[in-house]
Write a protein that binds this ligand. Sequence first.
Ligand code: 9MG
Length: 262
Amino acid sequence: MGIVNVTPDSFSDGGKFNTTDKAVAHAMQLVAQGADILDIGGESTRPGATPVPLDEELKRVIPVIKALIEVGIPLSVDTYKPEVMRAAIDVGVDMVNDVCALQEPHTLEIVAGSKVGVCLMHMQGRPQTMQADPQYQDVVAEVTSFLAARLKAAEQAGVACERIVLDPGFGFGKRTAHNLTLLNHLSSLQSLGLPLLIGLSRKSVLGQVLGSEVGDLALDERVHASIAASVVSVMKGANIVRVHDVKPTVDALKIVSAVMQN
Ligand code: 9MG
């Protein structure tokens, strides 16, 4: 899954092209590099990020989705807002990637009333404050039981389990040790019987592991660590990896696949 962030700060070219055109061009590059799904988002969910007003998020993501529909690649919309889900579904998106796991009002019904797939992700707290003081007794058990409960809620609302993927939400209200424990014990989440989506690409947990002196590395300096994280995730049972750096990830995963088939 290639990440397409439709935010003005994602593309700085001195204003030569508008954000929609730049996002579409970037998405096309990710497809050429081997992405199987594109995840299009208009609001950052990074720790401390400021929420984007609804009309601005719609203005960012809907034109990009419309432009990419013709490409024929599966498209996911990264949003927790019911209005954005509705608009994206209406223009033909294939999947909703919801970091709030369909807990916002009306989102369960919107997805249930459509045919789209959905990613249900675990988060402790909300992006503005989630990294302030994350606490767990048993991170694997708590994330597993949260996802089991959201899976049940989605199924009860009418979302068939064939449409659902689950995600432990790396970096969403988790300290470094929580993230590493979850990754090491990914097989516990496999017990829920659904595909797993993993997002570790360029996240600060990778900078932390690389060492405090490089913990503040620029995001594109976390590329090698991101590829390693994708390889480990897939070897531990992930079915979809959400990444910025598609080409090197695809190459690395071809090696994983070749080894595991033999
Ligand atoms: C939007 N977004 C940012 N990080 C993510 C992750 O780890 N998983 C999913 N599903 N979405 C994410």
